[in-house]
Design a protein around this ligand. Structure first.
Ligand code: GLY
Length: 368
């Protein structure tokens, strides 16, 4: 069994490599040297990840003759804002980083989204190398070129498509990940199996204990398999014209739950609850095979937190109207045909009666 590998993601203008495996961070200095002619770069990480990995990776680059500017911000979703984007870009301007520099974003989904957004706008766009340190960022946020920040109206509503120059998913970095982040990040890997690959879904269920303790070989295998699924989707539909919507399974409800909870509910838990709710919706409207909701719930129960008390249907429904998939004022849902297969719908999404969606959501919230 091979426990590491490289996946190439096609974009409109070429392709970029994703390196996956135990210890692959050693390729970082070479990648920076290729992308930043000046040898200068901003290494962006949060206050948790900077002392664990950011400073060490910066030092490895320094030893190779490169010149990092270390920038850090307070850990947490609350930092994924236009205000934080402004601070980081001002710091880069102050450091005199030019167009011959690049960004290296080291961290979880907040960092890869924010770091990518900084890179895509700084001096009208400089390269970003993504170094994800969480399951979520490895299998989802760092691959595919979506960048952005949250705003008062909802999550990720201001952002860009800016494909990374490269992604370095070193599974050794998962060892420092807190237990909650391990659990929640795996939800996005379960989602990849649920929408397109039943075998992957079953492998995660079977190997869940090893994944939760970040066993290096298991983590590398599963991360690699998940990235292959995501890479295939985004290579076929980079700008989310249709097929890429399958990756939003669970996210119409999930993003609304996350925003309505004021981000007390983590992204993975919100998406997990969203997947269960959207499977129930699909069963009620006759699109999803009976039993799918229960099967998803069994796989997800050990990964997700329940909805926090006080999270009401009314509050959550208010955010459904803010989703990026809203068309003609109606929220759109990605629905499964069954585990491993997504229903095509219209451009891979469905309109469903509000009362069906709200009833399914109420059941999930009442169970909390
Ligand atoms: N996170 C879903 C996507 O990248 O399209």
């Amino acid at each position: 069994m091979i426990h590491s590998g490289r996946v190439d993601v096609r974009t409109g203008v070429g392709s970029y490599p994703v390196f996956v495996g135990h210890g692959v961070a050693r390729v970082l200095p070479g990648l920076v040297a290729e992308r930043a002619a000046s040898g200068r770069f901003a290494l962006i990480s949060d206050s948790n990840v900077s002392p664990l990995h950011g400073e060490r990776l910066a030092e490895a680059c320094r030893v190779s003759g490169l010149d990092p500017t270390l920038l850090s911000f307070p850990a947490g979703e609350a930092s994924k804002t236009r205000g934080r984007w402004m601070t980081l870009t001002d710091e880069m301007l102050e450091a005199g980083l030019g167009r011959d520099s690049c960004v290296v974003a080291v961290g979880g989904g907040v960092t890869t989204d924010l770091g990518g957004f900084v890179a895509s706008t700084y001096l009208r766009g400089i390269p970003v190398i993504q170094v994800p340190t969480s399951y979520l960022a490895m299998v989802d946020a760092s691959v595919g070129g979506k960048t952005g920040v949250d705003v008062a109206a909802g999550k990720n509503l201001v952002g860009t498509f800016h494909p990374p120059a490269a992604v370095v998913a070193d599974t050794e970095l998962l060892r420092t990940l807190p237990e909650r982040n391990r659990r929640e990040g795996l939800v996005e890997a379960v989602k990849h199996g649920a929408v397109l690959d039943e075998g992957h879904f079953e492998a995660i269920e079977r190997r869940c204990d090893d994944l939760l303790r970040a066993d290096p070989d298991t983590a590398s295998d599963v991360v690699l398999a998940s990235i292959r699924i995501k890479a295939d989707v985004v290579s076929k539909d980079e700008f989310e014209g249709g097929f890429r919507h399958v990756l939003n399974f669970g996210h119409t409800i999930g993003h609304a739950l996350e925003a309505a909870s004021e981000y007390r509910l983590g992204h993975g838990s919100a998406v997990g609850l969203g997947m269960i709710t959207e499977a129930a919706i699909g069963e009620r409207v006759g699109v999803t095979a009976p039993g799918t909701r229960d099967r998803l719930k069994r796989a997800l129960d050990r990964l997700i937190d329940p909805a926090p008390p006080g999270l009401t249907l009314e509050r959550t429904v208010a955010y459904l109207g803010q989703d990026k998939k809203v068309r003609r004022g109606r929220p759109r849902y990605v629905l499964l045909a069954c585990v491993g297969e997504t229903s095509r719908g219209v451009a891979w999404t469905h309109d469903v009666p509000d009362e069906v969606a709200h009833r399914a959501l109420r059941e999930v919230l009442d169970a909390a």
